[in-house]
Design a protein around this ligand. Sequence first.
Ligand code: FEO
Ligand code: CA
Ligand code: CA
Ligand code: CA
Length: 593
Amino acid sequence: TGGRPDGARGLRFAPVAPNKDDKVTVPAGHSQSVVIRWGEPILRGAPAFDPDRQTAKAQAGQFGYNNDFLSLLPLDERNRQILVANHEYTDEILMFRGYDPANPTREQVEIAWAAHGLSVVVVEGERTSGRLTPVTRHHLNRRLHTTSEFKVTGPAAGSTLLKTSVDPSGTKVLGTLNNCAGGTTPWGTTLHGEENFNQYFANGSSDTDKRYGVGTAATERKWERFDKRFDLKQEPNEVHRFGWVVELDPYDPDFTPRKRTALGRFKHEAAQPRLTADGRPVVYMGDDERFDYFYKFVSSKRMKKGNSRAAREHNRTLLDEGTLYVAKLTGDSPASQIDGTGKLPVDGEFDGSGQWIPLATGNTSHVEGMTADEVYIFTRLAGDKVGATKMDRPEDVEPSPRTGRVYVALTNNTDRGKAGKAGADEANPRNANKHGQILELAENWDDPAGDGFAWRLFLVAGDPEDPATYFAGFPKNKVSPISCPDNVAFDPHGNLWISTDGNQLGSHDGLFGVATQGERRGELKQFLTVPIGAETCGPLIQDRRVLVAVQHPGEVDGASVEKPASAWPDGPGTIVRPSVVAVWRKDGGDIGV
Ligand code: FEO
Ligand code: CA
Ligand code: CA
Ligand code: CA
C-alpha cells in the first residue's frame, strides 16, 4: 500500500486522536471545506445571511438550522448531486442577539418555524477535490418547514384522532418538526424521522400525551402564544399529527411530502429500508427514548424499477400498505451471568434470538384492546402491551448493503437499573449505561420480511481500557475510544461508519469507521472530531468524500450570541453556524484506500 496507513480497505487512514479543539480535525493528508452553513440562501430571491437582520421570509429561502441527517442523490447534470438535509431544532439563544427566553417576539418564533424542517439543495463537485458547493436557485432546491403542507397517508389517515379545527379531513398537516436522522430509499426518495416532537406542544393532559413526554404546562419556545395549534388545551389532536416518518421525493419540486402512518408514531430517529428478495421494502426504525422499542415495517407491495412516471407513482404507495412489527429480544446466556457491569457471559458474547411481534396490518389490529388507528397513532402503547424489549435508546439504524445484517445504534441509558426501572439484560447489558452499544441483527434465512432473527452486540462502547467494552473481539489496544454512537452509515467497501452524540470520555464527538467482516472486524478507527458543543451527524461516505453535518456547535450551558462558546466555522467575532462539511484526500485518492 506504498506507505499508506494500515487498516481494512476503506479504513486506511491515521486515526485522529481524541481532543477538545474548536474545529473539525481530520486525518493527516486530508482537506476539508464547509459545503453550506445555516442561513445561506438556496432559493431564488433569498438574501445573503445577516445575523443582525434575520427575518422569517429570508429564513424560508435559506438553509435551515441544526443540520442532522444528510442524503446525496444522483443527478443527471455534470458533477452535480442533490443534497437533502434535516434541520432538527432551533436554539434561539445561539441564533438571536439579545434573545429573551421569557418573551420571544413573533418574528423570532416565525424565524424558528422557518429554520426547522428540510432543505433540498443541488450541490456541485470539483473534479480535483472532494469539495462541494451549493448551486443556489436550482429549480430542485426547496425548503420545507413548520408552515409547509404535508399529506397524511396510510391506514390511519383521516382518523378522528388526527382531525383538528382547521383540518376536519385529518389528512393535511402544516409542518414537520424535529427531523433527526432518516434514510434514502432504493426508489429515489428520502425518509425523515420526526423525533422529539413533544417539546413543541403545551398543556398536554391525556395518558397518551404523558407516554410521549408531552409537558403539561407552557413550552420553552412558547410557540403556543403565536399559534393555538401548539396549545393542546385548544387543539388536543394536533400533537398526533407529529411523530411520523416523512417521505420526500427530492426529484419532484411539486411533490407534497407524505407522513406515513403505516410506519407508526413514536420518536422516530431514523428509517432505513432494505428490499426482500421479491422487491418489497422493509423499513427498520428506532424510537429514541430510554427503554423504548425497535420496529420494522414490511410492505406488501413490490418496488417497480426504473424512473418512469408509472413506476414513480407506484413507488409512492409502497409505504402505505403492510405490517408494522416491534422487536422482542431474548438472550441465550443465563440471566444470572448478566450482572449489569458489562462483563461478558460465559459463552463470550452478548447474543441471542429475537421475535418480530406484529402490531397491525392495514386496518387490522393485532393488539388486544387497541384499534388499528390506535396502534398506529399510539404505537408506544402497543409496544407496551405486547411486551417488546426495552432498549437503551435506539437511534440510527442501517442494513449492510453487503451482508443484509442490520446495525442499530443504542446511544446510552443512564437510567438502566435505577430503582423502578428495567435492569440490565443481554442486549442492554450495562446498568447506568453512559456509553451505549451497537447491536447487529441477522434476519432468519436472511429474509427481512420474516418474523425471527438472531442478534449479537457488535460494539460495547467506551474507553477500550475499560473492561466493560467490547469491539467484536478485536484486540482492544488497537482501537479508538468511542462513546454514545448515534448515526450509522456504510461506505462503498462495506465498513460501518459511526458518528457520536454526547461523548462521555472527555473528548469531543466524532466520526469513526469499523470493519464488520473479515480479520479486522471490530477494528474501530476515529476519522474526525467536531468543534466545541457539537454533535456529529449525517455521515455520508462516498468513494472520494466524507460528508458530515456539524450540529449544534457552541451549544454549551450559559453560551449565547454575545458569549459564544465556539467560533466555528468562521472564526472569532462571527456567529456560530451549524454547517455541513466535506472531507477528502489531498492526493485525490479514494477515502481509506
Ligand atoms: Fe435527535 Fe436521537 O437524536
Ligand atoms: Ca450469550
Ligand atoms: Ca440522532
Ligand atoms: Ca442524538
